[in-house]
Design a protein around this ligand. Sequence first.
Ligand SMILES: *[C@@H]1O[C@H](CO)[C@@H](O)[C@H](O)[C@H]1NC(C)=O
Ligand SMILES: *[C@@H]1O[C@H](CO)[C@@H](O)[C@H](O)[C@H]1NC(C)=O
Ligand SMILES: *[C@@H]1O[C@H](CO)[C@@H](O)[C@H](O)[C@H]1NC(C)=O
Length: 483
Amino acid sequence: MNILNFLGIACAAASPSSPAIRHRQSSNLEFASKGNPILADGSYYSADPAPLVVNGTVYIVAGRDEAGPAENGFVINEWEILSTTDPSPEGGEWTLHPAVARPEDVFAWASAGTAYAAQLVQGADGRFYLYAPVTQRDAGGATDAFAIGVGVADSPLGPFEDAHPEGPIISQTVPAPGNGIQNIDPTVLVDDDGRVYIYFGTFGQLLAYELSADDMTTILGEGAATRIGSLTGFFEAPWLMKRQGTYYLLYAANNAGADSPCTPTSYHACIAYGTASSPLGPWTYRGIVLDIVSSTTSHPGVFELNGQSLLVYHTRDAEGGTHFRRSVAFDALGWDDSTTPPSIQKVTQTHRPSEDDSNTPIRNIALRAVAESANETPIQYWIAAINDGRIETNPLPPDYWSSYAAEQSPETSTLTLTWNETVQLNGTSMAFFADQRAGSNIGVGFETISTTALRAVLTASGQNGQFGGVGVKEFFAFSPTAS
Ligand SMILES: *[C@@H]1O[C@H](CO)[C@@H](O)[C@H](O)[C@H]1NC(C)=O
Ligand SMILES: *[C@@H]1O[C@H](CO)[C@@H](O)[C@H](O)[C@H]1NC(C)=O
Ligand SMILES: *[C@@H]1O[C@H](CO)[C@@H](O)[C@H](O)[C@H]1NC(C)=O
């Protein structure tokens, strides 16, 4: 889940909270959801969902995002659970169980913070096992301190204790030295024959082991992990499941570029999947389950309840949401049983109805245009961000467009807005990323014109082949009349 580090952008470090301000055993919050995201009021954010159904109730484990409003970094100190007996994407009754567990409380060997994507499964003994990526206080010289621990409890809601107090079951040094990856994002399947499998990894690395079903913690196979390399665009967040004898692996995919299945920039993630006829592969890539969401990261989980298959994921669509203040959402997942193996139909995202029923007319009709850049846009920036109606205070690269290229930024950039019909315009303006002359985002007005396109030619400062990068957050086109 650390897409930012991958791209070489500094993240703010998670601030360890002092014991005095812990909110353990907070009381449950019952609420009525009006649609996606499930809890949308910004009181609690929730990321990296992993669902488990027990006795007709779905328990969705999530990390609680606690980054500040303009903080570009993950701050996730605890796990929480959302539960309901009647999941409907249109809304319904839910319970939030806050502060179900914190890394340093469950694992004596773990640091506080980094309550990253965990999954809860029920073992053959009926107990509940929480596979949790946390950071080790002492990583013993490993290059990356992330490790996977296992908590166990009699209830899906905890309290969890360490099922393997000796330490993590997976790290760069256990079960075998030499795993050089960041050990996060575990997904576990208790197969119908009772055998247990764990997949994990990020930054394009996906590893798998069989686990002992007796203790749910012992890695089988003498430490030799299976490495999976055949899943197109695999980035992170694997979700392993089985249906009608076929294994499915859903995952967050990013391979921005000409062959990308679905990611317009290097910061985005879609959900893709593959299938296998054996639990450890070989895997065959099958396609896209969910397009990009509003947050740069995405994370799948699938459950069945009341005869429906549902896909859980997260977005930044809650009140005050950002790429680091995400909220869990879910939608119907359909199967096409006419193919062999059965395939997953692409999921359609739904959103709660807008609470802004005033429908205030606006003059900016750029929102209805198609934006294009005459120059090739560097892979981290997104041309579609210049007419999305959003101006971020502290944007990540896909939230704006820029001409900045590490090698050499061009002197001239040309941006166009094109409509599919003739429109009336009498003004335009641009919100720049930074460094603009005072007043330069006020724009210009002109006699009303009829046109189908508007072009901006931007000249960067600089000389002798060295030019500044120009960054545009928003390109407005004003109609004389609001609509
Ligand atoms: C599920 O139902 C069984 C049988 O009634 C019961 O023993 C168990 O405690 C229930 N588990 C949960 C998590 O509700
Ligand atoms: C023109 O674009 C608008 C906004 O994107 C869209 O709703 C409309 O269907 C398009 N009309 C045609 C004829 O393509
Ligand atoms: C465009 O026309 C509207 C309506 O006449 C007017 O209110 C607005 O000030 C004009 N904008 C510019 C930039 O001239």
